[in-house]
Write a protein that binds this ligand. Structure first.
Ligand SMILES: *Cc1c(COP(=O)(O)O)cnc(C)c1O
Length: 367
């Protein structure tokens, strides 16, 4: 192996050379040229979800979770009540955010291989009218399961409640259309399907919902309303922006548009996902989820049944072949995960399948 390994992880992921090179310059946060970049990033993100004119894109410093927490803290009033349907670790993280922020919480609990059902959400909203918001994870990255966002959004809208969507690992690759799918906020980050570096998140909020949020937030620095008002007034970020990340994210979005935008990005990931599942199936490795509910973002595989398999030794051996795998996140089953995102070089995901094949052959020969 030469050079750095490819990251088959759900962010940070392998970015293009052009994206990395766009970080070789320092920007002043007051500088008009930098603030033009911020404005362009916000406009293009809005456009990806067809929210221009109706929604606002508010960027936030930090990892993706900072933006999820900012969205819950800003959009849900302190007297609000959040329904969290949960089928994985990122849903549980939202529930934990609600507890920490002191927002009333109700959950619907599913096994990790089961999609959230719009009917269940409707029933929960009917039986408890005190619920003000539903918080949904679109693609649950802990397994790779896809939740039916559009159907759930319809039900939530019919009940007149707010919907906050963690679309961290789907925005840019899977369709989210604000013209047809009603939501109060969709949250994502720079270092996922749009293939920028990690370091900033963003919340795309319905303007009418955001306008009502003054004074809701528990936190000064995480107040999206304040960030939005300040940015609107000054064109600047409220506190020091991650300038290099913003510049690189801008470049990554330009490359996304050159590639063909969402249809092209979604098709590339879907092809990666198929090649990966078929390739590993041929090696005797089964994926955890049925194809019908698998998002083309990250795939959970059952661990090989080779004696003495440990994730650590498998990881190290595959890394030596040039690819970084990701541990599983299921409590009851031994699994590992492989991401479908990022710039995977000339051989693409097929190179990763070959690397896993070589490592498995060695492990099986040694057993
Ligand atoms: C990556 C991710 C997040 C954010 O994780 P951070 O480590 O804070 O960046 C949140 N939700 C989902 C579904 C994710 O995939």
């Amino acid at each position: 192996m030469t050079g750095e390994p490819y990251l088959l992880t759900p962010g940070p992921l392998t970015t293009s050379l052009r994206t990395r090179q766009s970080m070789l310059r320092d920007w002043g946060s007051w500088d008009v040229d930098f603030n033009k970049i911020t404005a362009r990033v916000r406009e293009r993100l809005l456009d990806i979800v067809h929210g221009t004119g109706t929604h606002e894109c508010v960027p936030m410093q930090g990892s993706g979770t900072f933006s999820v927490e900012a969205a819950i803290g800003t959009l849900v009033p302190r007297t609000g009540h959040v329904l969290v349907p949960q089928n994985g670790a990122y849903c549980q993280r939202i529930a934990r955010i609600c507890r920490v922020l002191g927002r009333k919480l109700t959950t619907i609990d599913y096994p990790e291989n089961t999609q959230v059902s719009a009917d269940d959400v409707g029933r929960a909203l009917s039986s408890d009218p005190s619920i003000t918001h539903v918080a949904l994870v679109h693609c649950e990255t802990s397994t790779g399961i896809l939740n039916p966002l559009h159907a759930i959004a319809q039900v939530v809208a019919r009940h007149g409640k707010g919907l906050i969507v963690d679309a961290m690992s789907s925005l840019g690759a899977l369709e989210i259309d604000a013209r047809h799918t009603p939501f109060d906020a969709v949250v994502a980050a720079s270092g996922k399907c749009l293939e920028g570096p990690p370091g900033m998140g963003f919340v795309i909020a319905r303007r009418g919902a955001l306008e009502r949020c003054e004074g809701n937030c528990h936190s000064l620095s995480m107040d999206l309303y304040d960030q939005w008002v300040y940015m609107h007034k000054t064109t600047q970020w409220r506190y020091t922006p991650p300038t290099h990340v913003v510049a690189a994210f801008d470049s990554a979005i330009a490359q996304y548009l050159e590639e063909g935008g969402l249809p092209a990005r979604g098709a590339r990931y879907a092809q990666n996902c198929r090649t990966l599942i078929d390739g590993l199936a041929a090696l005797g490795l089964r994926s955890f989820l049925p194809a019908a509910i698998q998002a083309p973002i990250i795939v959970t595989f059952h661990a090989p049944d080779t004696p003495r398999y440990t994730f650590k030794s498998f990881y190290d051996a595959v890394k030596a072949q040039g690819y970084i795998l990701y541990p599983g996140k299921l409590t009851m089953l031994e699994t590992f995960r492989v991401g479908c995102m990022g710039q995977l070089g000339e051989r693409g995901i097929a190179g990763a399948v070959e690397a896993v094949a070589r490592v498995l052959a060695e492990m099986r020969a040694a057993a």
